[in-house]
Design a protein around this ligand. Sequence first.
Ligand SMILES: NC(=O)c1ccc[n+]([C@@H]2O[C@H](COP(=O)([O-])OP(=O)(O)OC[C@H]3O[C@@H](n4cnc5c(N)ncnc54)[C@H](OP(=O)(O)O)[C@@H]3O)[C@@H](O)[C@H]2O)c1
Length: 335
Amino acid sequence: MSDQSTLMGAKTTGSMTTQAFGPQNIHVSRIALGCMGLAGTWNPKDVGGENRKRAIASFEAALEAGITFYDHADIYGGTACESIFKDCLQAMPGSRDKIFIATKVGIRSGFYEHSPQYIRDSIQGSLDRMGLEYVDLYQLHRPDPLTHPAHSAQALDELVASGRVKAIGISNYYPQQTRALKKYLQAPIVSNQISISLLRLDPIYEGAAGGAGSVDSAGDGVLDQCLELGITPLAYSPVGGGWLSGRREVPADHPRREAIERIFEKMDEMRETYGGATNTQLSLAWLLAHPAQIIPLVGSNQPAHIREGAEAASLQMSRHDWYQLWVAARGERVP
Ligand SMILES: NC(=O)c1ccc[n+]([C@@H]2O[C@H](COP(=O)([O-])OP(=O)(O)OC[C@H]3O[C@@H](n4cnc5c(N)ncnc54)[C@H](OP(=O)(O)O)[C@@H]3O)[C@@H](O)[C@H]2O)c1
């Protein structure tokens, strides 16, 4: 991976654009593959030849589409996703050195744990399952109120010093939780993986959209903090868990049904401007337009869907259209 470009610059590899990530300016693809569904099951005992074949086909499609960023967690597939990724890497010799591999620690069965011992044990499990010497990014999956951040920070810094982890990220952290960890961690926090999409707008603002006096609900301020501290937001559920693809019938009682209909109506109006882009691609382009340089984690194990998601990296959404979709998603004009 290249470390030559400027921090905020984006460059193109084939049809996939890349962006600098973290203080070492490593370049990663602007679209990442979320590997939560890679094994096709949450029970490792169910993994068979078909699961492996499908995972390898997905990985191959992602590589060909220029995706260099792969997001895992120790718990995905009940550990099966990391294990099957080893098969993927072996099936594509030389691929490890060309890609950026992230995983996470901290969610256990019914509770969260960021204790130093658990972090040390979990990273070893992840490395062994994937057959790796190191991971490029190690993320705390969800804040654990019962571990002092100083203790997690010490364990994470040890992992960086040992070379088993190249960089530290967090996930589902609100700004004050990020500040508490940052106070004790020597390594920089390079990313915060959060749920953000046209169906989850909270990270865009802190306080009401439109400022004081607005009737809008309060946001959480995560993107502003990312801009302030140079943290890259990683967007999970960027296609709204699949609802924004337009390929899934939205049940009458779905809480966001009306918002989804308004969003699709606006997408139909702007589609031709973006060369006939699909709803999935417009949803991803909306995230990519934010100046915090959000990296959407597309969660698919269907090669055609992975290719479709990757193609969104070439779309540049206009300010006008970005606001049209934001207003449709909020169901309220900007004040
Ligand atoms: N940090 C956290 O707490 C957290 C939580 C959740 C997820 N994540 C990460 O984020 C990643 C993505 O999350 P997600 O799976 O919720 O994301 P998502 O991409 O919004 O939703 C995935 C769903 O959308 C469908 N989909 C994706 N592209 C499609 C397309 N072009 N056409 C039709 N359907 C499409 C997939 O079905 P098909 O497989 O059929 O394409 C799948 O059912 C995960 O893999 C994981 O890495 C992190």
